[in-house]
Design a protein around this ligand. Structure first.
Ligand SMILES: [Zn+2]
Length: 375
C-alpha cells in the first residue's frame, strides 16, 4: 500500500487527492458511491509507477465509507500488482508487503488509522521545502533510490521459528547486571533466596549471548511483528536493517527535533526509540533532509528552520514523501535477523520456562543434598 505514486505524465509524485485534482476528477474521495471510470483507471495503470522501485501495475483504492464521526478507516492509496495479482514491488521496495504471505493479494481491509492530520502536516512541509528550494523532486527520488539500493544490497536468509522470538523476548527480562553463577556454598548463606539465585544464574548463563542482541526497542508489538515476518518469509529473504542503523539514529533524532522545535501538530503516535519520541510520519521527510545534507544533522536541522519560516505555497501538488518511512519495521527486522543468525540446536525446544525449571531443580537438589563442603 502506497499513499503516493509517481506520474510519468506529470513527472512528479502525487497522492490520490492531488492526482484526482490534476486529472480534473472532482468527486470527493469520501463519497462511498464514487467510482473511477474504466478509461481513467486504464490511464492511471499505464502512467503511474511505484515511487520507490518504479514497478508498474497501479490501481487506486479509494477510502472506504465515511464513519459517523467523519473519519475514514482506510485512506485512499495505490496498489501495485503484477499480471498474476501478486505484489509488483521488489523486496527492497518501501512498499513491499512484508507482512503478507508471498502471493497474498491485499484486500480492502487495510487499516489506516485516521492519520489524515499527519499526512496534511507532512504534505505542507514538503511543499514549503520545495517552494523554498530546500528540496527538489529529484532529491526525493534520489533519496528513495539510495534507500532502495541499500536495502536490496543487504538481505538475510530467513530461518528460525517464531517460538525463538518468544524465547528471546523472555530472556530480555533477565538482570544481566546482577549475573552470578550459582555455587553450592551459596545455599549455606543466611540471605540465600532460591528465586533470586535462579534469576542470577540464568542471567549468568545468557549474559554474553544477550550482549550480542540487536540494540533496538524490543516491545510486544515488535515481538509480534518479528514473529509474523519470520513465519511469512520462512525460507525466503528479508532486508537487513543493520547497515542503516546510523542513518536511522540520525533520522529519529531530527524527527524528534522537528516535532518539538517546529511545534508540529501531529497525532500522538511516536516511535519510542531510546528516549527519543519521533513521530513515524516525519521519518521520510527527516531522512530526505538528512540525505540532501550529506547526513549532517545540524545542516539538515537548519534546512528545517528555513522550511518552517517559509509561507505555504498555493499549489499543494508540488510533491510529497508522505506516509513513507524508509526505516519501517527497523526493530522487528533486526530481531528477525538476529534469530535467523542463531544456529538452532537440533531438538532444542527453546522453551524458556523449561530452562528455568531445570536450573531451579539443580538449585533445589543442592539444597536437599548433603551440606556442601565450604569453598
Ligand atoms: Zn515498489
Amino acid at each position: 500500500m502506497s499513499h503516493s505514486a509517481f506520474s510519468q505524465h506529470y513527472d512528479r509524485e502525487l497522492d490520490v487527492r492531488q492526482l484526482l485534482r490534476l486529472r480534473g476528477v472532482t468527486a470527493t474521495l469520501d463519497d462511498a458511491a464514487f467510482e473511477l471510470t474504466a478509461s481513467e483507471r486504464d490511464w492511471m495503470r499505464a502512467d503511474l509507477l511505484c515511487p520507490s522501485c518504479r514497478c508498474a501495475g497501479a490501481s487506486v483504492v479509494l477510502s472506504d465509507v465515511v464513519k459517523p464521526r467523519g473519519r475514514n478507516t482506510r485512506q485512499a492509496h495505490f496498489r501495485f500488482l503484477d499480471g498474476a495479482g501478486r505484489t509488483a514491488h521488489t523486496l527492497g521496495c518501501d512498499f513491499y508487503p512484508l507482512d503478507d504471505e508471498p502471493g497474498f493479494v491485499r484486500g480492502v481491509d487495510v487499516q489506516f488509522s485516521a492519520n489524515d492530520k499527519d499526512t496534511r502536516v507532512v504534505r505542507e512541509l514538503v511543499c514549503k521545502a520545495v517552494g523554498a528550494g530546500e528540496l527538489t523532486r529529484a532529491d526525493i527520488y534520489a533519496m528513495r533510490s539510495w534507500f532502495l539500493a541499500q536495502r536490496d544490497a543487504s538481505t538475510f536468509d530467513v530461518r528460525g521459528s517464531s517460538g525463538m522470538v518468544d524465547w528471546l523476548w523472555g530472556l530480555r527480562g533477565l538482570p544481566t547486571y546482577e549475573a552470578v553463577e550459582f555455587k553450592p556454598f551459596h545455599v549455606t548463606l543466611p540471605g540465600f533466596d532460591t528465586r533470586n539465585a535462579l534469576r542470577r544464574h540464568m542471567a549468568f548463563l545468557y549474559k554474553d549471548f544477550l550482549a550480542g542482541q540487536p540494540r533496538v526497542p524490543f516491545d510486544a508489538p515488535v515481538r509480534d511483528r518479528a514473529k509474523r515476518l519470520l513465519t511469512a518469509h520462512q525460507g525466503g529473504q528479508l532486508i537487513m536493517m543493520g547497515p542503516l542503523r546510523e542513518k536511522f539514529d540520525a533520522a529519529v533524532t531530527l524527527a524528534s527535533l522537528m516535532v518539538q522545535y517546529g511545534e508540529l501538530k501531529l497525532s500522538q503516535r511516536r516511535i519510542d526509540y531510546f528516549g527519543k519520541n519521533a513521530p513515524p510520519a516525519l521519518l521520510a521527510l527527516s531522512a530526505t533532509l538528512l540525505f540532501v545534507s550529506d547526513w549532517h544533522l545540524d545542516a539538515a536541522f537548519e534546512r528545517f528552520a528555513t522550511i518552517s519560516a517559509t509561507a505555504l505555497p498555493a499549489d499543494l501538488t508540488a510533491g510529497n514523501v508522505m506516509g513513507l518511512n524508509p526505516f519501517h519495521d527497523f526493530a522487528a527486522l533486526e530481531i528477525a535477523r538476529f534469530v535467523a543468525s542463531l544456529s538452532p540446536e537440533p531438538g532444542r525446544a527453546y522453551d524458556l520456562q523449561a530452562e528455568f525449571e531445570a536450573v531451579r531443580e539443580m538449585i533445589m537438589s543442592t539444597m536437599r543434598g548433603p551440606p556442601p563442603t565450604p569453598p
